[in-house]
Design a binder for this molecule. Structure first.
Ligand code: NAD
Ligand code: UFG
Length: 337
């Protein structure tokens, strides 16, 4: 029995590989290295003190996937592989639909050929769109998304729900992540963005290490306590542990089920900057600039369902997230190399 992890070399995938092995699962990992470095998995092996099979393979390559299923008995798939840059998705929508939606359809087809009908899917809070109030509940309407990336997540959720209706043997766990940040406490694996980071925490840590002169805070006139955007930041190791619980659940239950993975707490941009400076003793200069198009004021989860059904809660706080991010950034100023 083994769990296939697609996109397992990436930020969330690499942390999940480690937590799955710690929980006693055997894993098989695949990635096409589009947005990751093989060194990440070497470090995962060293941290785990264990080896696992790896396949360099694209989820759109049906024969490549068949080769994996021919060599291993796969009980469930944790499906991270996908493109995730919101701005790029606006420029290259077809690549996003092909990779994320087309790739997921191919993956499901090959899984079904081999009788593997359990999937844990990386969805996003972005599917809640602009119109819902926080705290966000799984029952709120989805689909009012504002960019092609978000639309791929929404469409994949709908496809996977349809699949469960068509065949009651399928078990699909849709995990809606809020804002994953942090790194493994060893400082050996973490987020390694290409080019200028789009997201807040990688930008903050690159300012702290001197790669960028200051952080641009996108607006301080939102209807929030200090006027800056409020998000639900979650430590990537807590998120990874959520996948262990979701896998346990998928092995025992059929049908499609949706869970928010967040802390339930809102943190503003300035809260995060101040906590990072305090915990790490490093300055993070910033300038307030105009709002970023498409941003909302506030987005945080109600994580009650994951607590009650999956028996999962986020255990790490914002200080842990800031400390571990800095450990990763300061030990690996140029990422995996
Ligand atoms: P990441 O880019 O670090 O990891 C994704 C991995 O998938 C990479 O290693 C990449 O090389 C691989 N990949 C991409 N396309 C592939 C393909 N066609 N075939 C095989 N491998 C492929 O991203 P991440 O932050 O670890 O995100 C993992 C998943 O979680 C993604 O689906 C992402 O959309 C989703 N998600 C991420 C966030 C976030 O803020 N990081 C939030 C919500 C949802
Ligand atoms: N922000 C800044 N300066 C920056 C970057 C971000 O002020 O340089 C602010 C944003 O305006 C926002 C907050 O920091 O208020 C968080 O921004 P991120 O870009 O880190 O995260 P988002 O909540 O905008 O989006 C992220 C992912 C999306 C995903 C969404 C919900 O990028 O892909 O979380 O899961 F859909």
């Amino acid at each position: 029995m083994a769990i296939l992890i697609t996109g397992g070399c990436g930020f969330i995938g690499s942390h999940t590989c480690l937590e799955m092995m710690s929980a006693g699962y055997d894993i098989v990992v695949m990635d096409n290295y589009y947005n990751s470095d093989p060194i990440a998995l070497e470090r995962v092996r060293a941290l785990a003190g264990r080896d696992f099979p790896f396949y360099e393979c694209d989820i759109r390559d049906a024969d490549g996937l068949r080769n994996i299923f021919e060599h291993h008995t796969i009980d469930a798939v944790i499906h991270f592989a996908g493109l995730k840059a919101v701005g790029e998705s606006v420029q290259k929508p077809l690549e996003y639909y092909d990779n994320n939606v087309g790739g997921t359809v191919t993956l499901c087809e090959v899984m079904a050929e081999y009788g593997c009908k359990r999937m844990i899917f990386s969805s996003s809070a972005t599917v809640y769109g602009m119109g819902n109030p926080s705290p966000l509940l799984e029952t709120y309407p989805t689909g009012a998304v504002t960019n092609p990336y978000g639309r791929t997540k929404y469409v994949i959720e709908e496809i996977l729900k349809d699949l469960c209706v068509s065949d009651p043997e399928w078990s699909v766990v849709l995990l809606r992540y809020f804002n994953p940040i942090g790194a493994h406490e060893s400082g050996q694996i973490g987020e390694n963005p290409n080019g200028i980071p789009n997201n807040l925490m990688p930008y903050v840590s690159q300012v702290a290490i001197g790669k960028r002169p200051f952080l641009s805070v996108f607006g301080d006139d939102y209807d929030t306590p200090d006027g800056t955007g409020v998000r639900d930041y979650i430590h990537v190791v807590d998120l990874a542990k959520g996948h262990v619980k979701a896998t346990d659940y998928a092995l025992e239950n059929a049908g499609a089920e949706v869970f928010n993975l967040g802390t339930g707490k809102g943190t503003s941009v300035l809260d995060l900057v101040k906590t990072f400076e305090k915990v790490n003793g490093v300055p993070v200069p910033y300038k307030v600039v105009a709002r970023r198009a498409g941003d909302i004021a506030t987005c945080y989860s109600d994580p009650t369902k994951a607590k009650e059904v999956l028996h999962w809660v986020a255990e790490k706080d914002l200080e842990d997230m800031c400390r571990d991010t800095w450990k990763w950034q300061s030990q690996n100023p140029d990422g995996f190399c």
